[in-house]
Ligand binder design. Sequence first.
Ligand SMILES: Nc1ncnc2c1ncn2[C@@H]1O[C@H](COP(=O)(O)OP(=O)(O)O)[C@@H](O)[C@H]1O
Ligand SMILES: [Mg+2]
Length: 397
Amino acid sequence: MNDLRAECRALRKQLDAAGDGAIFAEALEAVSEAIVIYDAEGRLVTCNHNFRELYGYSEEEARPGVHFAELGKIDVARGHVVVGDEYGDGDAYLERKAEYRRSLEGSFIVQLKDGRWLKTTDRRMSGGGFVSVQVDITEIKHKEEVFRNAMEQAEAAARSKSEFLANISHDLRTPLNAILGFSEMVLGEVSGPFENETYRGYLENIHKGGRLLLSIVDDILDTAKLDSGKYNLKPERFDPIELTEEVLATFTPISRDKDLQISVTAPPEGMPTIVSDRRALIQIMNNLVSNACKHTDDGGSIDLRWGLSEGKYVQFSVTDNGVGMPAELVAKIGEPFLSDGSATALRGERGTGLGFYICTKLVDLLGGVLSVDSTPGEGTSVSVQWPLESLAPEPMT
Ligand SMILES: Nc1ncnc2c1ncn2[C@@H]1O[C@H](COP(=O)(O)OP(=O)(O)O)[C@@H](O)[C@H]1O
Ligand SMILES: [Mg+2]
């Protein structure tokens, strides 16, 4: 402790002996930035070695009393400032620098002929003069460029991935439709009776596998379209309850198999017709109902509820009393390839984990929100809400 006090006293003595001016001059030379101080008229008061070095000024050129405009002219004459870039030619550069020095706000960035980037930050001092701190930011600029290039490359890669997926999905659908169509024809005994029951079983498996594959291909195609902004909404006027019944008809086989009670609830005053993208809504509803069917045990119930809120928003929800979702999974909704990886998640047909991702993107396009409320062991409710007249019908031609 005593040692420390003695040291402080010694240091203080040293400082007193040197005087503030000498300490300041020493500090000015010791820092790594280029520093220059100008008086209220813009004439150089003092500068450090780094400042002269940065621009290649001689001691004579960067002498006390010289105006910053003189130094600027030297820069331009030596071709120091990059001409013809965003800073304009020599005169424009000088004008911009003078402008900056009138306001002394923010920073002034310039590139020199040798490729270096310099950042000047000036701050006013009490006597009307100002202190200018200049730093070589070439390395930061290079890193920015590397980062920008990497971003551009990543975006281009994502674009070509989406295009590739969209094309390949289209190509996969054609043979898949043949597999589905012809297996349906044979199973339906279109050209005469089909007697071998073992083969019927095989054929049913082919058909089931084909359907699953088609739904995966469709998910990938929709994801690719949504990711590349190529999903165009087509507004139409329709009756939402009729649409719901159409969607639910495709779930009759699974609800019968699992003995699920599926109900549709509309407000007492009924639902008006709405203008929206029918296909997007069918897709959203399909995924939510298929999720509910997959993750609800036999004998469970599912309710599809329509409503209007504040007369401004349309809303529908799909509520089941199934296995529910863990909070970690709910938190990830909106991310692609969602799966809790558990046996429960896989008890039905294994999906792509793109369903919620597609729904979230579609609801986004409608200008709405999708929210999930789920309790493991009790059930899940997913609701979608969007502005009533967000999509104007196309004008009649
Ligand atoms: N109603 C639900 N009840 C319980 N879990 C659900 C429900 N809906 C979705 N999940 C869980 O969320 C995951 C992701 O759903 P989704 O994005 O539609 O993908 P996919 O249906 O292709 O698996 C499902 O695998 C499942 O684990
Ligand atoms: Mg799904």
